[in-house]
Design a protein around this ligand. Sequence first.
Ligand code: FAD
Length: 691
Amino acid sequence: LPLDTLDVVVLLVLLLGTVAYLSKGTLWAKTETPTDYNKSLQSTAKAGKTRNLIEKMDESDKNMVILYGSQTGTAEDYASRLAKEGSARFGLKTMVADLEDYDYENLDCFPHDKVAVFVLATYGEGEPTDNAVEFYEFIYNGEPNFSENASEKPLTNLKYVTFGLGNNTYEHYNAMVRRVDESLTKLGARRIGPAGEGDDGAGTMEEDFISWKEAMWAELAEDMGLEEREAVYEPVFAITERDDLTPEDDTVYLGEPNKNHLEGKSVGPYNTHNPFIAPIALSKECFTVKDRNCIHMEIDLSKSNLTYTTGDHLAVWPTNAGVEVDRLFKVLGMEEKRHTVIDVKGLDSTSKVPFPAPTTYDAIVRYHVEINATVSRQFVASLAAFAPTEMAKEQMTRLGSDKDYFSEFVTRRYFNIAQVLELVAPGETWSQIPFSIIIEGLNHIQPRYYSISSSSVVNNKVPTITAVVESIAVPGGSNVLKGVTTNYLLALKQKQHGDPSPDPYGLTYAITGPRNKYDGFHVPVAIRSSNFRLPSDPSKPVIMIGPGTGVAPFRGFVQERAALAEQGQTVGKTLLFFGCRKESEDFLYKDEWPEYKEKLGDAFELITAFSRDGDKKVYVQHRLAEYAKEVNELIQQGAYFYVCGDAARMAREVNDVLGKILAEQRGLEEEKGHDLVKRLRSSNLYQEDVW
Ligand code: FAD
């Protein structure tokens, strides 16, 4: 019998359904990368809201937009601080915007009486942050085509301001902001005020920002004819207590990152905005000493469509320590109402609430706000108005205005915001502080990244990480800085091993997560793809420099090459330089290297440097210099050279030593050796994964 149209449709649907069932989604499931996510974000933005920045500013009656390119949240925080200050001090109508939320083809129509501010972090090797990639491609890398104006200088109407966040220990210091500034000027736009640059490498980011913005405001005020007024706090978010809801209601977010998680049917794509709550397959301690910890953790991704490639990073979302959550509620006088359900809404259409609501004060502080981070001087100054006593007000004002005093009292002692409030007004509660200022003034929690320390060829569903636990005692005993994520991972590991010994600093965590959703040892994670890659041809030689946890990705690299050798493939020379304090204390994966050696034979060589075992401190750079001849020969044979770990000193010194080696071995001037290293970098034969 001939089939009619309905039959054909029914058959097709059945066929597709069967294929879907049999493939369990693998036919369309892809590893989501940040770029995939950006695209999906854009299409959502396109469907729901405008991507036309000028239209948005018009609609919401704004005359200053602060666009940010942010990876870890600092640039985003600076953007919102500028927005608040512009509004409070100068009456500007400000909005903050994520660079990836808008298109820029009509930037040539930007009204001349408005101003655009670019707050741009540089990531890795002079790259834009994930959310700034498209803007950067448009304005710097491409030949921007503007909608109206095809002249050589299409942006003559555009008045702009720039501040960059960079790190001078990287070769391409503040490259992102410099390139954008250069492009905008070339296109005819006019920068107001100095091009600001903050240096994380020198530890002066905050002070660089503060001193830059004062000069910038002065010039902007002059240019736009603005009059400064006494700053008053204007909330960005409205907080409403919801007496009709309790934390038990299933519409209330208790720390779940989004609706799917709330409804218990979390779905992919998982990415840095949508974590997968992954089971911890195994956790163990890598050090043999009591006072320092390093966690090896194996994360099971088999129930997600996430996969990774050797050299990628794992994003891990932390939970704040209970003791710090309690400290903040106590000092704010909010202990009684921490579990009250609240709604948080942006007071105008351009302010985005950084977490889902309705929620509770407790969930916000525990899961969404960086309550332990470095405190900014500007934030302290803004809290002076809410001090419980005149003395406390004076002290906060002094801290806010005296850079050296602030550094000595707060920064050097690693105090977090609640500790500052406790110390400034002992025994008092700061109940006048509006909770909205806590959300606006502190960063929202960002995932931390860990270099994956396993090979995807060996197991692409269970990446491992190797994280050293941050615990820094302030000399004199006035405080101990406890890293947020690494101490959370440590607590998870202790619990998984049934270790009853309490943390000596009283850290406790909501290990089982919101509504016990992390019970059975789970941690919120995602994969971030990187450019840190083994050569596709395994017969190429590789030289790896990875002291401390810098060895993490190289464990993956060596694991992979050992597996390939076992499969009968030809594997080239594999040199690994590893360093730590003492062979008996912190020699990471000490027992595994001989196994890889067995599989790789002479191709593998591990060269160690123990800085505290002998009379002389020996570091990987010293061992590298000893291997000058072999290193030079391998590079002449096309070896890939990798560095991972500490960006501030080690990576720089290794770079320098390699330049010297190449010069000396080839009988060249030192300068030429450094040029050769630069060439290796630009041809991707010198790769870094540093932090
Ligand atoms: P945080 O709480 O984030 O503190 C980190 C630092 O911030 C402190 O050491 C201190 O310098 C500063 N700080 C925090 N609070 C204050 C305060 N109140 N006052 C003053 N200063 C403060 N780490 C690994 O161990 N293994 C890896 O394989 C690894 N890979 C990485 C790969 C990449 C690409 C990147 C970017 C980082 C990597 N890291 C790795 C580092 C890791 O992401 C984390 O930064 C690290 O584990 C610390 O996280 P934390 O949350 O425990 O500490």
